[in-house]
Design a protein around this ligand. Structure first.
Ligand SMILES: Nc1ncnc2c1ncn2[C@@H]1O[C@H](COP(=O)(O)OP(=O)(O)O)[C@@H](O)[C@H]1O
Ligand SMILES: [Mg+2]
Length: 464
């Protein structure tokens, strides 16, 4: 036992030494290098011009042509065209994985329909766009619709009863929209369905035209979902009011992504800046990731920026590989930052053990012990059961942040051994940025404190 504790102690010292040394080197680096910002701008201006229109690679940019989406554009045009002859389009649903062009196609059609209305001089319809990832409570959705339509009165963030908001909304719709149509786009509607009251608000919205009796104006609902099976969570009454009309957005394959990138590349980059292999490479890498056009465009933009930063004339495949690596890191960061607090705490427990005992084979029991030591340090966090923490460990493994392997321990049964699957220093930098978590990162778990390691556990560990 003595040997084991001393070994722990030595490892800690070595690790602390390495971390401290890394810090000193970093600080020295920062101090020794005097950044000349004026010179930097001068050099930047002298560097080759790469981007003609950088914004064309933004996810919100809607190009004038959307390759490989003719079927979907045609279908939505058919549904909405009746508006040009005083008709009211029926509600409909669209499905498809992220980055398959659902939002862009709706925005594209809305733009074209507006143009046609202007051309034939009839009132343009209203388009209210509600992303349920950001606005997803019944109250906030109603407030968002009202506040978009109203130039004067605004609904406060909380406080009004639903009936009153509905009445106000009906009056406003008739006043503002008049004899025209108000499209309400509920993007990422699957998130709304899972929320309390989600089905009810949808039901109420689908019945605005009848039950609440809009006098002049009419409402048309468009639901967009990233999840194909979301229909099974919909109230049958809501589902039927969507009229059975469904549009599917299949994932793009590598050739389709190449066409999309080619067209966008011509708008975004100067001529002859992109090497021939660059676009097919971006397309192939994104096609492997569920055919997501957003990822493909992100990759191309990042590659361009990296080429620009290193004063290169060409966006060659080497920058695509670099961009991919950099985006993967950013994604891991975003993913960890967006995790629920309890999973962040479980990850933090694993981090603390790996930091203080780098040679230890971490088992679920260790993680739970450390979790129990740290959860109270965060206000408002309730204690989870061992079982639940074990589930969260599985979720982290599924996300590729840790590796969890079940091994047989003979007499002791089976145990799960956990290992970080991202570098410790990278994880530190990510956790350090999270409010409420960063102050725990200096905590030393009991298991790593000298003289406190449990004999039973040590004997157990020797079996590994
Ligand atoms: N067919 C297409 N042609 C051109 N760009 C596209 C096409 N499909 C998607 N994109 C681009 O990919 C990105 C993601 O598209 P988006 O419509 O937001 O996908 P979704 O809503 O399905 O997640 C946007 O930048 C969009 O302009
Ligand atoms: Mg979208």
């Amino acid at each position: 036992m003595k040997f084991f504790i001393e070994l722990n102690f030595n490892w800690n010292s070595i690790l602390e030494f390495i971390l401290a040394r890394g810090k000193v080197l970093k600080e020295n680096n920062e101090l020794n290098y005097k950044f000349d910002i004026s010179q930097f701008y001068t050099d930047f201006l002298k560097s080759p011009k790469i981007f003609k229109n950088r914004d064309a690679l933004n996810p919100t940019y809607i190009p004038n042509n959307l390759p490989h989406r003719d079927i979907q554009i045609k279908r939505i045009a058919e549904i909405t065209a009746c508006l040009l002859k005083d008709g009211v389009p029926f509600n409909f649903l669209s499905y498809g994985k992220t980055g398959t062009g659902k939002t862009s196609v709706i925005r594209f059609v809305s733009r074209k329909l507006d143009e046609k209305c202007n051309e034939i001089q009839i009132n343009r319809p209203w388009w209210i766009y509600n992303n349920c990832q950001q606005v997803n409570t019944p109250y906030r959705i109603l407030a968002n619709i009202f506040n978009t339509l109203s130039t004067e009165e605004k609904i406060p963030p909380t406080g009004l009863p639903k009936d009153i908001i509905f009445q106000k909304l009906l009056n406003l719709l008739d006043d503002v929209v008049g004899n025209s149509v108000c499209f309400i786009v509920l993007d990422e509607i699957d998130i709304l369905i899972k929320k309390k009251g989600g089905n009810e608000i949808l039901y109420d919205l689908t019945r605005l035209n009848e039950k609440y009796q809009l006098k002049k104006s009419r409402v048309c609902l468009i639901g967009i979902s990233n999840i194909l099976k979301f229909k099974s969570f919909l109230d049958p009454r809501v589902l039927s009011s969507f009229g059975g009309e469904e549009l599917v957005f299949p994932a793009y394959n590598a050739e389709e992504l190449t066409d999309i990138l080619q067209e966008r590349g011509e708008i975004a980059f100067f001529k002859n800046v992109i090497s021939e292999e660059t676009i097919p490479l971006c397309a192939a890498l994104a096609a492997k990731e569920h055919g997501d056009a957003r990822k493909a465009l992100q990759l191309l933009r990042k590659a361009g920026e990296l080429a620009e930063r290193s004063h290169n004339k060409k966006v060659s495949p080497k920058f695509v590989y670099k961009a991919q690596k950099s985006l993967e890191q950013d994604n891991t960061e975003q993913f960890i930052e967006s995790l629920p607090k309890q999973i962040q705490l479980v990850l933090c427990s694993i981090f603390l053990i790996a930091k203080h005992l780098p040679n230890l084979k971490i088992i679920t029991g260790d993680i739970y012990d450390v979790y129990l030591e740290i959860y109270e340090k965060i206000p408002g966090v309730k204690k989870l059961t061992r079982r639940r923490v074990s589930d969260l460990i599985n979720e982290l493994a599924l996300a590729g942040i840790i590796k969890a392997e079940v091994v047989s321990m003979g007499y002791y049964g089976r145990s799960k051994i956990v290992k970080l699957d991202i570098p410790l220093d990278q994880l530190f930098k990510i956790l350090e940025k999270i409010e409420n978590i960063k102050h725990i990162l200096n905590y030393k778990p009991i298991i790593a404190q000298n003289g406190k390691a449990k004999l039973k556990k040590n004997t157990f560990k020797k079996l590994f």
